[in-house]
Design a protein around this ligand. Structure first.
Ligand SMILES: NC(=O)c1ccc[n+]([C@@H]2O[C@H](COP(=O)([O-])OP(=O)(O)OC[C@H]3O[C@@H](n4cnc5c(N)ncnc54)[C@H](OP(=O)(O)O)[C@@H]3O)[C@@H](O)[C@H]2O)c1
Length: 265
């Protein structure tokens, strides 16, 4: 495979998994479009990639906006790889999550992924070449107290990507979901800074962004419908089916221990 003539779009490229993925794909020769809101960060990453001999272009956009998503598509044109990675979390009782934060989460984690896919996928199908990679989470497979809406957005990615992969079977266009466990990024800090947001219990543990980026690269070399990072997390869906009743009992106690208030009806 000649990666030099391939173009990748990576959303959420200003930090964490997205930045590491952009570096990884550019390092393998791909031309990479960097998408996020923080322009300074994107320009810094572009300079870093360029000085290492890679090719990167900046497409600053707020992906909550339909107009800005369409503008990214116009700027990029045809892409071979779309990594839908931009997203954020929030931790606490759903009853304490403001609708503003909830709506922003749906727009960023769900609508942006669905919309960018609908913009880029037809071209991939016409050329019979391409790969959509959606960065999901293990929380999409294990409904958990504290991340009710966030987990649901990631369940959406699981379902959406699996269905797409089935629609695309027999073509040279692939759809994959990355079910990541905890990753050490700015994710926890961002969640905490949202209104009423609590500490994400796993914020200080996890694999590195580079480890996830490496698995995404391997996914391009050998497409699969779903991968787990780290790999042992593949037991989680099975554990949810077998032991969900234990989580029903222990989960709420864990959330209470986080020091969150219980809002009485
Ligand atoms: N860290 C974890 O433990 C973990 C585990 C499983 C899955 N994930 C998933 O991995 C993905 C990346 O998260 P991360 O851990 O790398 O966190 P991160 O370091 O906070 O990165 C999040 C990225 O999303 C971008 N983003 C957020 N809102 C955006 C918007 N409205 N428009 C454009 N870009 C936006 C941010 O850029 P700007 O702020 O510059 O816009 C940033 O580049 C997320 O989808 C997350 O759900 C994370």
């Amino acid at each position: 495979m000649n990666w030099q003539d391939k173009t990748a779009v990576v959303t959420g490229a200003s930090s964490g998994i997205g930045a590491a993925t952009a570096r990884q794909l550019a390092g393998m020769g791909m031309r990479v479009f960097l998408v996020a809101r923080r322009l300074e960060r994107l320009l810094g990453l572009q300079a870093e990639i360029t000085s290492a001999g890679g090719r990167a272009e900046v497409a600053a956009a707020d992906l909550r906006s339909e107009v800005e998503r369409a503008r990214v598509f116009e700027q990029v044109g045809a892409a071979d790889v779309l990594v839908n990675n931009a997203g954020f979390g929030w931790y606490g009782y759903y009853s304490e999550m403001t609708w503003k934060t909830a709506r922003e989460m749906l727009e960023t984690n769900v609508a942006a992924t669905a919309h960018l896919t609908s913009l880029f996928l037809p071209g991939m199908r016409a050329r019979n070449r391409g790969h959509i990679i959606n960065v999901g989470s293990i929380s999409g497979s294990i409904p958990s107290q504290g991340v009710a809406l966030y987990g649901a957005t990631k369940s959406f990615l699981d379902n959406f990507t699996t269905a797409l992969a089935r629609e695309l079977r027999g073509t040279r266009v692939f759809a994959s979901v990355v079910r990541a466990g905890p990753v050490r990024t700015e994710f926890g800090e961002t969640a905490l800074n949202k209104e009423n947001g609590g500490h994400v219990p796993t914020e200080k543990i996890g694999v590195t962004s580079e480890a996830v980026a490496w698995e995404i690269w391997k996914l391009l070399l050998r497409p699969r419908r779903v991968i787990y990072v780290p790999r042992w997390l593949q037991i989680v869906p099975w554990a949810e089916l077998s032991f969900g009743w234990i989580i029903d009992r222990i989960g709420p106690l864990l959330l209470k221990r986080q020091g969150r208030r219980i809002q009485k009806a």
